[in-house]
Design a protein around this ligand. Sequence first.
Ligand SMILES: Nc1ncnc2c1ncn2[C@@H]1O[C@H](COP(=O)(O)OP(=O)(O)OP(=O)(O)O)[C@@H](O)[C@H]1O
Length: 233
Amino acid sequence: MNAPFTPPAKVAAFEGVTVQYYERGHIRTALHDVSLTIRGGESVAILGTKGSGKSTFIRLLANLETPMVGRVAHHNMSVSWPVWARTGLIRGMTVRDNIRFTAQLYGRSPPQVIRSVDDFVHLGRNMDVLLGALPSSTMAKVMFATAVALNFDCYPIDGWLVTHDHEFRRKAEAALQDLRSRASLVLATSRTNFVHHFCDVAYVLHQGVLTPYDTIDEAIRTFRAYSASAETA
Ligand SMILES: Nc1ncnc2c1ncn2[C@@H]1O[C@H](COP(=O)(O)OP(=O)(O)OP(=O)(O)O)[C@@H](O)[C@H]1O
């Protein structure tokens, strides 16, 4: 008798990752020997003060950058772009064509994805307007709704959504809560208020060094201590 089929585990792994930038004659270490395993369905908070390396971490996870030392491996884990991105679409194409193009790129059915984005963002006639003619906030909404519709296994989130559109914020937070039940959220943030609500585990990133904690509360306490000393420095 054949053994029952077990689907391969979904994992994103940082293995000894170091990233440095050369800026105005100085080498800046954005990430130093970072190792971390994100398992399918697990939601992770990366807490860090300003300049601690959060955005660099998120860009690596989203495959937008590669490390100079170490590697970021995705095993059966599809990863979205950072969800509040305001770039990545083509301003000279209509919203509809942008969504169609992106859906095709990821091998999904364009009509289904277009319908799902329109249900989320209610674009109406703007669906057939050139993206460049619409406010940049529309780009962020379309990028978010498209990412949700494409059903990735992992969603990198760089900071929390900043918008005056309270209705969109409410829907986006509900969508993230729903995603959390079937995908991994990786939230890099300097704000602690969403961490308990959206994450299972928390790490603190300080000067490029990532440290795990046994509990979210412990991570938050450590992060607050770093924040307080940064404020008094
Ligand atoms: N493209 C770049 N060129 C030069 N230096 C960079 C670049 N990206 C990041 N850095 C440097 O790497 C360090 C970490 O930056 P990063 O943006 O990852 O931190 P962050 O925690 O996201 O900061 P913030 O909270 O201010 O967004 C900083 O010292 C920053 O100046």
